[in-house]
Design a protein around this ligand. Structure first.
Ligand code: BYC
Length: 312
């Protein structure tokens, strides 16, 4: 059996692939692309919510939001570390983000003008993330799968805190409920876009499924998300902004309207409402943090020299 067939046989037996194992170049490349994009999404994902930390309506809300945003920084770190095991260094990955070469999730290019958006992000965006990421705990590459276990536990807290924000607003005044509805109207379709293009237009899905990097296709996950979320909207007493949304008894799931793919590709290509602002915030933060990296490197060098002197 040649190396490639042997590799596929290991995947078919559900064995985990580890960093030092032989793997096809394109498997490595796909993983670096997906994991680094995922890491970038986590850290860019801190920005729309960071916007509300100083304006959260109570100390309790502020503490929970702060914890959530910190979790996202942590997820970014696990994921950059998982990608590094494939031989790419962090500086290169960050450079790709800052120069616009690497993608991050389209969802974070939308603005967060109201407090209800903190609820909608937790409920819908983290809800979609969980749907996508729980199967990634069984992805074929060991370090990615293990990183996802902890990420998913934290995402589940995020989803609940978002839902609870919306539940409180929906049980509040007419104005608060209207704010929640407006937020759902703005976040529903972008949340469905998070799962990526329809299967027929997804260039990576077939190969990623064969390698068990992905365990479900984009459309399968999107359908699961819609089916899980519609009953939650009913609990909130909110209306999903889709006139074509309808229970389909035969398929045992909801039918829903067509996504605006022109909008999706526009946002992916850098022309969404906040793309420029998000990228600028990341580049500025990186530049302002140069002294921290320099200090850490100088300290590491000093320690290394000291240890070498001790050995000598
Ligand atoms: N936005 O062949 P396809 C989070 C790109 S963060 C932008 O289907 P694939 C969270 C795709 O990259 C959520 N680009 O690709 C954080 C590809 O372009 P390239 C992030 C998108 O990889 C903080 C092209 O379109 N989650 O959870 O098989 C707070 C063709 O697509 C998008 C992950 O990253 C998009 N929405 O499937 C709260 C999860 N969709 O690379 C929450 C891991 C597609 O060829 N990633 N593209 O230039 C995945 O599961 C898969 O990579 C995707 C796409 C399902 C996203």
């Amino acid at each position: 059996m040649n190396l490639r067939d042997n590799f596929q046989a290991r995947i078919d037996r559900d064995e985990k692939i580890e960093p030092k194992d032989w793997m096809p170049d394109d498997y490595r490349k796909t993983l670096i692309r997906q994991i680094s994009q995922h890491a970038h999404s986590e850290i860019v994902g801190m920005l729309p919510e960071g916007n509300w930390i100083t304006r959260a309506p109570s100390l309790r809300r502020k503490a929970a939001l702060l914890a959530k945003v910190q979790d996202e920084a942590g997820h970014g770190l696990y994921l950059y570390s998982a990608a590094e095991t494939l031989g790419v260094d962090r500086a290169t990955m960050l450079d790709d983000l800052h120069t616009g070469k690497a993608k991050y999730s389209s969802i974070f290019n939308y603005p967060t003008p109201t407090w209800a958006d903190m609820g909608a992000i937790g409920w819908l965006v983290d809800g979609a993330a969980i749907m996508n990421q729980v199967p990634l705990c069984r992805t074929s590459y060991g370090p990615y799968a293990r990183a996802m276990v902890r990420v998913c536990k934290e995402e589940s807290f995020h989803q609940r805190q978002g839902f609870e924000i919306l539940l409180t607003l929906c049980r509040g005044s007419e104005e608060q409920k209207a704010m929640a509805q407006d937020s759902l109207n703005r976040w529903w379709w972008p949340s469905l876009m998070m799962f990526g293009p329809n299967d027929a237009d997804s260039k990576h899905t077939a190969q990623s499924m064969a390698w068990k990097i992905k365990r479900f296709t984009n459309d399968e996950l999107r359908q699961k998300f819609v089916d899980a979320t519609v009953p939650q909207a009913e609990i909130l007493g909110l209306t999903i902004p889709d006139p074509d949304l309808k229970w389909n008894e035969e398929k045992g799931g909801y039918d829903f309207g067509e996504i605006d793919w022109t909008e999706f590709w526009n946002v992916v290509k850098g022309n969404g409402p906040c793309n420029r602002e998000r990228l600028k915030a990341r580049v500025d933060a990186h530049e302002k943090g140069a002294w921290v990296r320099e200090a850490a490197m100088a300290y590491a060098e000093k320690r290394k020299k000291k240890q070498q002197q001790k050995v000598a």
